[in-house]
Design a protein around this ligand. Structure first.
Ligand code: IMP
Length: 183
């Protein structure tokens, strides 16, 4: 049976999971921590496209620091639901040496994307490097990475909305939806 308000994307059914209210509370709590941790500093936020676009837009509008932002793109999932482990990063041409960098990501799953990205960034000798991820599937982690700011823990199932896509669909949805395997 289908639950009320479920939506179909391609071949899968997704049901409501995280509401606008919870998203907004979570963003405010991450922003408050960053505002306090970086007081008196001028961080550079590195927004990982495309998935982090809405999270970054909400988060940065609650940042009360002198800061800068840049966009980069990381691709690992192709058109499916399983990370192919082959991470392609574009847009990192500019030197970020000496900066306090905060990477803004939508979700960390196996951790391979963030691991590849942080390795590249560390080669540029930033002053500091931290990550802010809206969601984390910590039980799925394969790479040893440290994420300082995590919004919410999520179960190991595929989610869409608030920037997250399934084969490029569903990013625009204001709430987050989940696909659980049918019993
Ligand atoms: P990781 O490399 O396995 O940590 O995967 C990170 C990237 O995979 C994220 O930036 C997302 O683009 C994508 N991803 C991981 N889990 C999901 C999901 O549940 N929905 C949509 N995209 C996801």
């Amino acid at each position: 049976m289908r639950k009320a308000n479920s939506i179909n994307i391609h071949d899968k059914i997704f049901t409501p999971y995280i509401s606008r209210e919870e998203i907004s509370r979570t963003v405010s709590s991450i922003a408050a921590k960053i505002n306090s941790d970086y007081f008196g500093r001028e961080p550079l936020f590195l927004i990982v496209l495309k998935g982090a676009v809405f999270f970054a837009a909400d988060l940065l509008r609650e940042i009360a620091l002198d800061c800068e932002m840049r966009m980069i793109e990381a691709k690992s999932y192709g058109m499916g639901m399983v990370s192919n482990g082959d991470v392609k990063i574009t847009g990192l041409e500019e030197n970020l040496g000496g900066k306090d960098i905060i990477v803004i990501e939508d979700i960390v799953d196996t951790g391979h994307t963030l691991e590849a990205l942080t390795k590249k960034l560390l080669l540029q000798n930033p002053k500091s490097l931290e990550c802010a991820c809206f969601l984390s599937k910590t039980s799925q982690r394969e790479a040893a990475i440290n994420v300082k700011y995590i919004g919410l823990e999520t179960e190991p199932a595929f989610v869409i909305g608030y920037g997250l896509d399934y084969a490029e669909k569903g990013r625009h949805l204001p709430e987050i939806y989940i696909h659980r395997q049918e019993a």
